[in-house]
Ligand binder design. Structure first.
Ligand code: FES
Ligand code: FES
Length: 168
């Protein structure tokens, strides 16, 4: 596909909810959800690490389930209810997982952190992380180049009981 055909291609309307706000956007058939969030909606908390579904830095919640935004086509998100890292806090009150990440010092550069936190919110809803080993296993799709894994797991372990209460 050359540049002319890309520029001349038709964009399509998609209506969705992002962090509680109804939005209608125009997207091309190849636009990823990650690019929609970052480039069109200025929600840059979700990070582009690999852009190939390998690192988890782009993880967001779609209808309550964690997804890799870089592997999700925006045009397939008609009617979706999306939550990104920007939508987790309740005003000035941080999400329990955000508080636990700060308390446990669970980041260094912070690049992976939004994806780690969104992934852990999704994990809590899945209800299958009852041990430290299970948390480690089910968070294995979220890589951390800084190697902050032990603190990340500790933060998730600390916040899980509160997140289960929130999601019930
Ligand atoms: S940027 Fe999506 S998985 Fe790496
Ligand atoms: S804190 Fe740097 S990549 Fe995880």
């Amino acid at each position: 596909m050359n540049a002319t055909s890309v520029e001349g291609a038709t964009a399509h309307p998609v209506s969705l909810t992002v962090n509680g706000q109804a939005r209608t956007v125009q997207v091309h058939p190849w636009t990823t959800l990650l690019d929609l969030l970052r480039e069109q909606l200025d929600l840059t908390g979700s990070k582009k690490g690999c852009d190939h579904g390998q690192c988890g830095a782009c993880t967001v919640l779609r209808d309550g389930k964690r997804v890799n935004a870089c592997l999700t086509l925006a045009i397939r998100c008609e009617g979706a209810d999306l939550v990104t890292i920007e939508g987790l806090a309740d005003g000035d009150t941080l999400h329990p997982l955000q508080r636990a990440f700060i308390k446990q010092d669970a980041f260094q550069c912070g690049y992976c952190t939004p994806g780690q936190i969104c992934s852990a919110v999704g994990l809590a809803r899945e209800g299958r992380a009852h041990t430290r080993e299970a948390i480690r296993e089910h968070m294995s799709g979220n890589l951390c180049r800084c190697g902050a894994y032990s603190n990340i797991i500790a933060a998730v372990e600390e916040a899980l009981p509160q997140m289960r209460e929130v999601s019930e």
